[in-house]
Design a protein around this ligand. Structure first.
Ligand code: NAP
Length: 260
C-alpha cells in the first residue's frame, strides 16, 4: 500500500470548501425519478438548482416543494433533443446566477424491445435523448465552464453502460456511448473541469413506463422486482459534487444489493 506523505498534499486539494459552498446545479430530466430526487436532495443541502424537462407542471410542483422547505429552484422547459433549447437552458442559468457549477445530464428514455421487433422510431428516440441530449448538455455548458475556469459534468449513465441484456441492445448502446463520451471529457478537458459518471442499477421511477413492446414489458417486471429508491442515486451525486477541488469521483455504480 502506498500512502501520500502529508507534505505532498496541497491545501487546495484538501480544503473542504466544496462540501460547504452553495453551487448552481443544472439538472436535466428533473421532472421525475432520479432527477427529481437529486433536485430535492441538492436543494436541501443549500444548492441553487435549475430544473429542466418537458413537463413544466411537474417542474413547478417540485420547485414549490423546494421553496416551501426553504430552498431555491428555477424551472426551465427543456427538450434535450433540441440543441437550441439546451443552450438557452444553460445561458439563462448563467445570466441569472453568474455561473454554472454543475450540470447533471440525467434525462433519458428506455423503450426496450428485441432488435427483431424493429421498433426503429424507438431506437431513434433513445439515441436522440440519451446520446444527443447528453452531447447538447455538454456543448451548452462547456464554453461557460472554460470561461469561468471550472465546472463539473455528471452523466447519469446506467448499469447498461457496462453490460448488455436481451431487449436492451439499443438502450445499452446509448449508455455505453454516454460512458465513452464522459470518459473522453475526462481525458481531454482541463483538470479544472471535473467529470463523473453515475451508473444506476434498477431504480424505482417512471423509466419503464415508456416500454411499448409487450415481451420487453413482461421481462422488465421480473427484472425490476428488486429496486432501490431514486434517493440512493441522489446521494451518490451529492457525494461526487461535494468533494474538494483536487478530488474527482469519476465513476460510481449503484445497484440494489440483490441485483446481479
Ligand atoms: N430507473 C432506473 O432503473 C435507471 C437505471 C439506470 C439508469 N437510469 C437513467 O437515469 C436517468 C433518469 O431516469 P429515471 O429512472 O429517473 O426515469 P424517469 O422517472 O422516467 O425520468 C426521466 C426524465 O427524463 C426526462 N426526459 C425524457 N425525455 C426528455 C427530453 N426529450 N427532454 C428533456 N427531458 C426529457 C423526463 O422528463 P419529461 O418527460 O418531463 O421531459 C424525466 O424527467 C435516465 O438517463 C435513465 O436512463 C435509470
Amino acid at each position: 500500500m502506498t500512502t501520500t506523505p502529508a507534505s505532498a498534499i496541497t491545501p487546495s486539494d484538501t480544503t473542504p470548501s466544496d462540501t460547504t459552498r452553495s453551487k448552481t446545479v443544472l439538472i436535466t430530466g428533473a421532472s421525475s425519478g432520479i432527477g427529481r430526487a437529486t433536485a430535492l436532495r441538492l436543494a436541501r443541502e443549500g444548492h441553487q438548482v435549475v430544473l429542466g424537462a418537458r413537463r413544466e407542471d411537474r417542474l413547478a410542483e417540485i420547485a414549490r416543494e423546494i421553496e416551501t422547505a426553504g430552498g431555491k429552484a428555477d424551472v426551465h422547459r427543456l427538450d434535450v433533443t433540441d440543441r437550441e433549447d439546451v443552450v438557452a437552458f444553460a445561458d439563462a442559468a448563467v445570466e441569472r446566477h453568474g455561473r454554472i457549477d454543475v450540470v447533471v445530464n440525467n434525462a433519458g428514455v428506455m423503450p426496450l424491445s428485441r432488435l427483431d421487433a424493429l421498433l426503429t422510431d424507438e431506437w431513434d428516440r433513445m439515441i436522440d435523448v440519451n446520446v444527443r441530449g447528453l452531447l447538447h448538455g455538454i456543448a451548452a455548458a462547456l464554453p461557460h465552464f472554460q470561461e469561468q475556469g471550472g465546472g463539473h459534468f455528471v452523466t447519469v449513465a446506467s448499469i447498461g453502460a457496462h453490460q448488455v441484456v436481451p431487449t436492451a441492445a439499443v438502450y445499452c448502446a446509448t449508455k455505453y456511448a454516454a460512458w465513452a463520451v464522459t470518459e473522453g471529457l475526462r481525458l481531454e478537458l482541463d483538470p479544472s473541469i471535473r467529470v463523473t459518471t453515475v451508473s444506476p442499477g434498477v431504480v424505482e421511477s417512471e423509466l419503464a413506463d415508456s416500454i411499448s413492446d409487450p415481451l420487453a414489458r413482461d421481462a422488465m417486471r421480473t427484472y425490476r422486482a428488486d429496486s432501490i429508491p431514486p434517493d440512493a442515486i441522489a446521494d451518490a451525486i451529492s457525494y461526487a459534487i461535494a468533494q474538494p477541488p483536487g478530488v474527482d469521483i469519476n465513476e460510481l455504480v449503484i445497484r440494489p444489493t440483490r441485483q446481479r
